[in-house]
Write a protein that binds this ligand. Sequence first.
Ligand code: 13P
Ligand code: SF4
Length: 307
Amino acid sequence: WQLHAPLIAEINRIKREKNAVILAHNYMAPEIFHGVGDYVGDSLGLAREAARSDADIIIQAGVHFMAETSKVLCPDKKVLIPDLKAGCSLASSITGADVRLIKQRYPGIPVVTYVNTTADVKAETDVCCTSANAVQVVEWAAKEWGVDKVILIPDEFLARNVAAQTDVKIIAWQGRCEVHERFNAQDIADMRQAWPDAQILAHPECPEEVLSAADFAGSTAAMNDWVVDHQPKQVVLITECSMASNIQAQSPGTQFIGPCMMCPHMKRITLENILDALVNEQFEVTVEPELAERARLAVQRMIDMPP
Ligand code: 13P
Ligand code: SF4
């Protein structure tokens, strides 16, 4: 922390000067999360915050689809991402053309798309969801369209996990998160043996067998809330490993244990490239206006849903 202090001070000074805001995802390194993030949270929280921000510049301390979502919601603001290569295996698993083919195959069935997708995919979507609200959005779409099935893309595991919690039939895609797909039921069994008193919390992008063996499943924000509410003595978070470091501060009585799985895309964002982004106003994320307008409808529908 001492080492980072001058950089953090400089970023926060320029941020104020330029009326910029830094939206930092829960997977950011702790010096970003605690040092320079103006709003920290899950994908849903960051999208909500982008929509209500009155800053001139948004710096997305997260991955590219998150910056695109901010741009779609705030077409008049300058949206910057410190590294254009900060992608996501889920977002790159599907294109707008793929969604058009799926819609041809299932006419009249609503398309619910996870926010971890490009604007091109969101533009073909009826309503977006995050892991925090996927069941609620799927049930809303089925009711609104008067059908018993919905298309839920692109995360295969999220789709299966939602299917286990609703009567609505789910048509899925084969996208996977390269971080969460690596966990399996044996890992959980091994953790139970190593730490019999630990509570195990898992992200819904993990395989079904992981979620059914865990004590709780939820988005990054939901996992955070669970720890705050329950204050367990020991907890394992089956997700990207910066999460544990970031939420440790508010739960000093909880010991965070378990494996460290990093998202290489999230870890492309550093204090150094955030400073460069602010100083040079780079790298600007743009979305073609007609596409952005169609994508915005899908994201806005999700944001307008009651929490
Ligand atoms: P959350 O919406 O839970 O923050 O998840 C985003 C993400 O990229 C998880 O891998
Ligand atoms: Fe994408 Fe997985 Fe990284 Fe989240 S953790 S940004 S879903 S690759």
